[in-house]
Design a protein around this ligand. Structure first.
Ligand SMILES: Cc1cc2nc3c(=O)[nH]c(=O)nc-3n(C[C@H](O)[C@H](O)[C@H](O)COP(=O)(O)O)c2cc1C
Length: 264
């Protein structure tokens, strides 16, 4: 058996080398040890497979995925800013501090845009023939209590449903626009519509776009009331936003609205 200087007899390297140099042993004791090491190898393989199997099936329990549905705090129906004050103060704001938004603020802004305000399902913004063609999505980039990702607003339940999870700091909308406010804002609202919901009348597209404007203005005024800054941003690639936030084929993106704490 080749002896490697510096290796102690029976070391792992030496045993391996012995097998390679000498071939399978004919000695009974050695064969027994070959047998044992074969058994050990199978045992190790078996343990490895069991571990791999367990990690595959148990990982989701130990490291749960993002919750698919997130309840939003109940919206406030009173506040310290009058409508006139909000109208007078509203200005497009494109620079924000690094301060996060809270889940309650995100919920309040969504409620202002499309929240349910009567038992028959009517909303904060009017809708032609009460068809409600709008869909709102939220891109959480830096929100307390909301993991990074894109979510769909569900007005009937005042909840968010996960569309796509993102790593903290990831920019889902990186390829959708070069406008800096979209990338620096802690949250970006996506205003989209299913145009078919409005029917096939000659004015259906106009009315749907009109509703997007109504909902957007509600959101902008709520932002003022919350001492936040926002700007309607139409200079985007709608198809790219749609793909980034995983909207369905029938949903068309109209504008995005980044919101944050105004940088003074
Ligand atoms: C449909 C629409 C699209 C807009 N798109 C952009 C945009 O892509 N980028 C931007 O910085 N501002 C955009 N704005 C904001 C306007 O530039 C802004 O409203 C205008 O300058 C008037 O200023 P004010 O909002 O402060 O009153 C948009 C506004 C609207 C209504």
């Amino acid at each position: 058996m080749a002896k490697i200087p510096g290796e102690t007899k029976g070391g792992a390297f030496e045993n391996t080398l012995a097998g390679v140099v000498n071939g399978p042993s004919t000695n009974l004791a050695d064969r027994k040890s070959d047998c044992t090491s074969g058994f050990k190898k199978r045992n190790v393989n078996h343990r490895f497979l069991t571990l791999a199997f367990l990690s595959f099936f148990l990982a989701p329990c130990c490291f749960p995925a993002e919750p698919a549905t997130i309840s939003l705090p109940n919206p406030k129906k009173t506040g310290g800013t009058s409508l006139e004050e909000a109208l007078a103060a509203r200005r497009s704001v494109r620079a924000y501090t690094e301060q996060t938004l809270t889940l309650a603020e995100v919920g309040q802004l969504l409620w202002a845009a499309q929240g349910i305000t009567s038992p028959d399902g009517k909303r904060t913004a009017p809708s032609a023939m009460h068809r409600y063609p709008l869909e709102l999505a939220v891109v959480a980039q830096n929100v307390d209590g909301l993991p990074s990702g894109a979510y769909r607003y569900v007005p009937a339940k005042h909840t968010l449903e996960l569309l796509i999870a993102a790593k903290p700091g990831a920019q889902l909308l990186a390829g959708s626009t070069s406008q800096a406010q979209v990338h620096s804002a802690p949250v970006v609202f996506v205003v989209a519509a299913v145009y078919e919901r409005m029917g096939s009348g000659a004015n259906n597209r106009t009315w749907t776009d009109y509703e997007a404007g109504l909902a957007s203005e509600n959101l902008l005024l709520e932002a003022v009331a919350l001492k936040l800054g926002a700007v309607v941003t139409g200079g985007i690639d709608p198809a790219s936003v749609k793909e980034a936030v995983k909207l369905t084929a029938s949903e068309q993106v109209i504008v995005v609205i980044p919101v944050g704490h105004p940088a003074k």
